[in-house]
Design a binder for this molecule. Structure first.
Ligand code: GLU
Length: 309
């Protein structure tokens, strides 16, 4: 499949690399500010081979909001849809990812979807485990199985940096606790959430995670099922409607691939029927999406006709 087009991927990177100048690396989490804004890398996995097109495709970065897709899948596996969607809604917000406004203006107070911070925090709160360590280990094992990479772990420096500065997320949790969406210890939830966001991958890992979603939860060897197809479908639907923050509508028109971005500059794409895409480009636009990463996905989608619409 696409592997024969490795040179074309390189060409596309060259075409859009200039867009890295139009973005800025996230610095509200201090440890993310060290990223090199000119980096742009892609890996594509189709079940057989990984094609990478830039020297930096082995560079490691943290999942940040991409982790929201994975905790949602795990929470659905832990509890089923009825309980999960009693705590979090299914609708896009049109607001920035860290906004608090709809928690107050909507009754009952319930985050509108699991891809915004409030919704992701409510979902993380549902992950089964007796302690933060146990929950994290369960999540890490899930990510290791999806990516086929047993060495995946989290970056403790990034987690600590976010934990120490996450007062907006803390306020979302306190607000939801007051309204009964969340129970328990706020700091413990923040500890788990910031570690979840700091899980570290490279583009190849991300492409394989995208592939697992693209194949409706099948493992790379196709012999075991990591996630039930219905859960993969729910997750991919959220990726389409809310995966690219409040730019999801424009992204659906221009690219048309279920995708989720994170403020580290990562983007995971899941092309139905068997292709996962992992992108890293830490220079972000004002909505928190990788500027050049989105241009690259647009070029890839156009060239290989990957839009699902
Ligand atoms: N850890 C980040 C936060 O909660 C994730 C945000 C993102 O990647 O959109 O602010």
């Amino acid at each position: 499949m696409l592997c024969q087009y490795k040179n074309e991927l390189k060409e596309m990177i060259e075409e859009v690399k200039g867009f890295t100048n139009q973005g800025k690396v996230a610095d509200y989490i201090p440890a993310l500010a060290d990223a090199n804004s000119s980096t742009l890398a892609v890996a594509i996995f189709n079940g057989n081979d990984t094609c990478f097109s830039a020297g930096q495709s082995n560079e490691r970065f943290t999942l940040q909001s991409i982790s929201k897709v994975l905790t949602l899948a795990l929470a659905l596996m832990d509890h089923g849809g009825e309980l999960v969607f009693s705590k979090v809604g299914m609708e896009p917000t049109g607001d920035p990812f860290n906004s608090i406004i709809k928690l107050e203006s909507h009754a009952p107070s319930k985050p509108l979807n699991p891809m915004i911070n409030a919704g992701a925090l409510a979902v993380s709160h549902l992950i089964k485990g007796a302690s933060t360590e146990e929950k994290l280990e369960r999540l890490l094992n899930f990510v290791r199985r999806l990516s086929g990479n047993d060495s995946i772990t989290y970056n403790s420096e990034v987690a600590k940096s976010e934990f120490e500065t996450a007062d907006l997320n803390r306020s979302l949790v306190y607000f939801m606790k007051q309204h009964g969406v969340i129970t328990g210890n706020v700091e413990d939830l923040l500890d788990f959430y910031t570690k979840q966001c700091a899980i570290e991958v490279d583009c190849h890992d991300l492409a394989k995670i995208g592939y697992a979603l693209a194949t409706d939860g099948a493992a790379m060897n196709q012999e075991e099922e990591i996630m039930n197809p219905y859960i993969a479908r729910i997750v991919k639907t959220f990726m389409v409607t809310c995966g690219m923050y409040n730019a999801s509508g424009e992204f659906a028109i221009k690219v048309g691939i279920p995708a989720k971005s994170g403020v580290s500059g990562g983007i995971v794409g899941a092309v139905p029927n068997g292709m996962g895409i992992g992108i890293y480009g830490p220079a972000l636009d004002e909505k928190g999406n990788s500027v050049a990463g989105m241009k690259l996905l647009e070029a890839i989608s156009a060239r290989y006709r990957l839009s699902i619409f």
